[in-house]
Design a protein around this ligand. Structure first.
Ligand code: TRP
Length: 320
């Protein structure tokens, strides 16, 4: 199959190891085989907060994260919402294809509303999965490498594609989600890895920052290290972190540490992460912000061309 791959990230802060194992690793692997788009979802930043914040700074950081992990702009089109009016315009017909009741059932949106610091739920928070359908369908994306939390949005996208085709004739492929094969990386101490919870290791963290974060990670005082995510979430999170970085199982690592306690475990995890991040840190140093912005400018131009073509087809199918 000749896939068109699309994924994206909100530019709200630096990417972390959870992003890497959940989605970035798949992108780097797939970029050699398929046509690929990577979206900096800048308009999606204002779903769960009032202001876009340090948006340009966050976009620069995201671009450098992409280049550092090995996303190759010669193979991948990197672009941003705010530069592609025709992508955003797709949201209008797409909104007409999804019911208010369906929007209200999206479990990821419900969870984000529950955790939001905002006083009110905006129309954008409620409808952004349809905007995400425009992200995926503007380039006729067929494969979407994402984490589990994004599956409801891919489901919305599939509904939009099917219903558009039924109503107006065949224009869109019905895309599929692709989940990472790796186990989900919990944050330090357990729970979801997230920058706002202070339990994430950024891809841009220095060796010392990494060591400090792991040193502070909550564990327990049991000397014998076992892999028991339910009862020992802190220990299990460090074992999973080391396991992903080393390509070995959590059980193997636990057996090796034996009764070395949390200090042995932390030393092992720190070394594993720092070794894993070394080539990523080295590649980051090879790039400048100016160069990264040029990459984005070129990607925006290419993505816009694609979006204009799709919007023309959509208008023609609808009889406009
Ligand atoms: N919602 C995604 C996130 O928060 C980012 C995103 C925006 C995305 N548009 C997308 C992911 C399209 C995949 C496809 O991480």
């Amino acid at each position: 199959m000749n896939h068109v791959v699309l994924t994206g990230d909100r530019p709200t802060g630096p990417l972390h190891l959870g992003h890497y194992f959940g989605s970035l690793a798949n992108r780097v692997r797939l970029q050699d085989t398929y046509e690929m788009y990577v979206l900096i979802a800048d308009y999606q930043v204002i779903t769960d907060r009032d202001l876009p914040g340090a948006i340009q700074q966050n976009i620069d950081a995201l671009l450098l994260d992409y280049l550092a992990v090995g996303i190759d702009p010669a193979k991948v089109t990197i672009f941003q919402h705010s530069a592609i009016p025709e992508l955003n315009q797709l949201m209008l017909p797409f909104l007409s294809l999804i019911s208010v009741a369906e929007l209200g059932r999206n479990p990821t949106v419900k969870d984000e509303i529950a955790h939001s610091s905002q006083q009110v739920v905006s129309g954008l928070m409620f409808t952004y999965p349809v905007h995400q359908a425009a992200d995926i369908l503007f380039c006729k994306g067929t494969l979407v490498p994402v984490g589990k939390d994004q599956l409801p949005h891919v489901e919305t996208t599939r509904l939009v594609a099917r219903r558009f085709n039924e109503r107006y004739g065949p224009v869109f492929p019905v895309p599929e989600a692709m989940m990472g094969e790796q186990p989900l990386l919990p944050g330090l101490g357990g729970g979801k890895m997230s920058k706002s919870r202070g339990n994430a290791i950024a891809l841009s963290a220095t060796e010392d920052e990494t060591a400090a974060l792991i040193r502070k990670a909550p564990t327990d005082s049991e000397r014998l290290i076992t892999f028991d995510p339910e009862n020992r979430p802190g220990v299990a999170s460090l074992l999973t972190l080391a396991s992903l970085c080393l390509g070995r199982t959590q059980q193997e690592l636990a057996d090796e540490i034996g009764d070395g306690g949390a200090s042995r475990l932390k030393a092992l995890a720190t070394e594993a992460v720092n070794e894993f991040l070394a080539p990523i840190r080295a590649r980051r140093r090879e790039h400048t912000v100016a160069e990264a912005r040029k990459v984005l400018g070129e990607g925006n131009a290419a993505a816009r061309e694609r979006a204009i073509k799709t919007l023309d087809e959509v208008r023609a199918a609808m009889g406009f």
